[in-house]
Write a new protein. Structure first.
Lengths: 221, 221
DNA sequence: CGTACTTTTGAATCGCATCAAATCTGGTGG
DNA sequence: CCACCAGATTTGATGCGATTCAAAAGTACG
């Protein structure tokens, strides 16, 4: 498969300098495969062209916690700065992978200013995204988390889910049952419009129709 | 005040190139002061030499959410990559501040390779730290969050709190009452040793003393 | 010495997690 | 094409733990 194909999906790949491109391996990754495990030395940086890769950790009782979910874009960018991985990297959906050798990647950052700036921009974006997720997780209330998610991850107050609702629930730090119930309730209250995997926020215009709760909080039957 | 003084507290400042040093303003920041507000254009990068600065946001009902808390080190590093601030920056404890003009900072990154590498290392560290916090917040159980905090933020399973417990509670996504009770309970169970602001984890050696719960989970009276 | 804030404990309530079970879905192989 | 299976979706019932409201005691600071 050609770089040109990938660039269409991931515009930032356009900035990868020729030297690094030649050193990059491009391969298929099958669902279930482990890219790396906790403690493994960092040898490559991975970019998910298609499919999905997750950064996961397991707590004491074996519960899986998803730390990052990448569908297009880098996975474990921060591993560039450390010797060994802090999490497991598992392929959750079959797709194509770009494997950048660590040394070549570092060299490219050193030599190529535009590429470097794109990279620093990606890191900064990741930081902001993570801060938003922390903010979301510190909200106590299922409805508030759902709405916060749509507001911060969506475009024009609407999202198209690219994962199952069950997986979304765990990203929101909720049990899947509560997420289902919350979506239903918000839908019935007219605060949310749900068409399959398309979910959008309905902003109340605050004029007519006085039979509504003040805002997305403390909804009761 | 002199750079040499700051470098003792923040070793990475040693790598700030001379050109950038000359352009940097150094001033006192008084508790309560707002460094910037949501939407303000980014003009400087701030480094907290002493005192404390917080990155905060407010939800719909005015509840304060702390997104970052910096005591020594940069605050809002990710703002380097965006036009405007996404949060408010408030001084929570009086101290000294280094204000790097944005343009000069960018230029230094461009020209000075060692400085740039230190900076990218800081960004990567921030990403890992934020991932750890997300992991922590997605644990459901006060005791588990406390223990996770000590394990990931502490040194040798021990931390010295540099903030009030009330503030810690909000960082953990808990009400302060629950944190107090949880600490007390864990202390009584011998899982935690608490000396004022010094809190350390007691690892059970799993040999003698059979009167203990399996691990840090599901503690009951 | 007084004020503001943190720390601490108590009691009541609410919402989420959990267990259970039924239905629906997409995909596989016969 | 259909039977079948695994996983996702949906709904119900229950208990626990966190939030919340309340109030008292401790502590820092001017």
């Amino acid at each position: 498969m050609e770089w040109q194909t990938f660039i269409e999906h991931q515009p930032f790949l356009e900035h990868v300098p020729p030297g690094l491109r030649k050193a990059t391996e491009c391969r298929k990754a099958v669902a279930g495969e482990m890219l790396f495990r906790v403690g493994n030395p960092v040898r490559s940086l991975f970019c998910v062209a298609t499919g999905e890769v997750q950064l996961v950790r397991h707590d004491l009782r074996g519960t899986k916690i998803i730390l990052q979910r990448s569908r297009g874009g880098f996975i474990a960018e921060a591993s560039l700065g450390s010797k060994a991985y802090h999490c497991d990297g598992v392929v959750s959906e079959t797709g194509m992978l770009l494997c950048f050798p660590l040394a070549a990647f570092r060299a490219a950052l050193e030599e190529d200013a535009p590429f470097r700036n794109v990279w620093m921009g990606l890191l900064a974006r990741e930081v902001r995204k993570l801060r938003a997720q922390c903010e979301r997780l510190s909200l106590n209330g299922a409805a508030e988390r759902v709405i916060h998610y749509i507001e911060s991850e969506g475009i024009h107050d609407a999202i198209t889910l690219n994962q199952s609702r069950k997986a979304w629930a765990s990203e929101l730090g909720l049990s899947h049952e509560v997420l289902y119930r919350t979506l239903k309730r918000l839908g019935e209250q007219g605060l949310l419009r749900i068409d399959g995997s398309r979910i959008s926020l309905v902003r109340e215009s605050n004029d007519g129709d006085g039979a509504r709760e003040p805002t997305a909080s403390k909804q009761r039957t």
